[in-house]
Design a protein around this ligand. Structure first.
Ligand SMILES: CC(C)(COP(=O)(O)OP(=O)(O)OC[C@H]1O[C@@H](n2cnc3c(N)ncnc32)[C@H](O)[C@@H]1OP(=O)(O)O)[C@@H](O)C(=O)NCCC(=O)NCCS
Length: 138
């Protein structure tokens, strides 16, 4: 598997993958294309990096992350729906840890509590439960 830094030419693909990610994790984030495009642009202009992972030249997923005060904030990790449960996600995390993220950095991410598959994945690739985020509406 290879990876490369996403460029402006990848924006359409990133936005579409992000929409699928939101669907898959059943998040209440708005899914309209204009909102997601502006948000992705803002992420990339505001210190986030997006990496696109490829197998035999075909994009299979992406990761979006930035440094934070403790280490790394891993905002998105997404594997193409047709390629899941084949070790792609695990391989992406291993490559990020071994080759991209600084040594000994703490990697933080959020998972929605109803996202059982996401939780099972993160625990399988070495993450442990850390905190619970609470929300309410006004
Ligand atoms: C979560 C996600 C990145 C996993 O990618 P993947 O390539 O399918 O994961 P892998 O094949 O590397 O799985 C590694 C291990 O994680 C666990 N796992 C992965 N998907 C799982 C699922 N749907 N149910 C239960 N366990 C799962 C398993 O232990 C798996 O090992 P195994 O296949 O040997 O049993 C992918 O399903 C995805 O993009 N989902 C939508 C977006 C999302 O929910 N992202 C995380 C949000 S925080």
């Amino acid at each position: 598997m290879r990876y490369r830094v996403a460029t402006d030419g990848d924006l359409d693909h990133l936005v579409d993958w992000n929409r699928q990610l939101i669907e898959d994790e059943r998040a209440d984030t708005p899914r309209d294309e204009a909102f997601l495009r502006d948000r992705m642009r803002d992420f990339l202009a505001d210190g986030y990096r997006a990496l696109i992972f490829e197998e035999a030249g075909v994009p299979v997923g992406y990761a979006l992350f930035r440094p934070d005060e403790y280490g790394i904030l891993l905002r998105h990790l997404f594997v193409d729906r047709a390629r899941r449960r084949r070790g792609v996600g695990r391989c992406m995390v291993e490559r990020l840890v071994a080759e991209i993220f600084p040594r000994s950095a703490r990697i933080k991410l959020e998972v929605l509590v109803h996202n059982d598959r996401g939780l099972a994945f993160w625990r399988a690739v070495g993450f442990t439960d850390h905190s619970v985020a609470l929300v309410r509406r006004t």
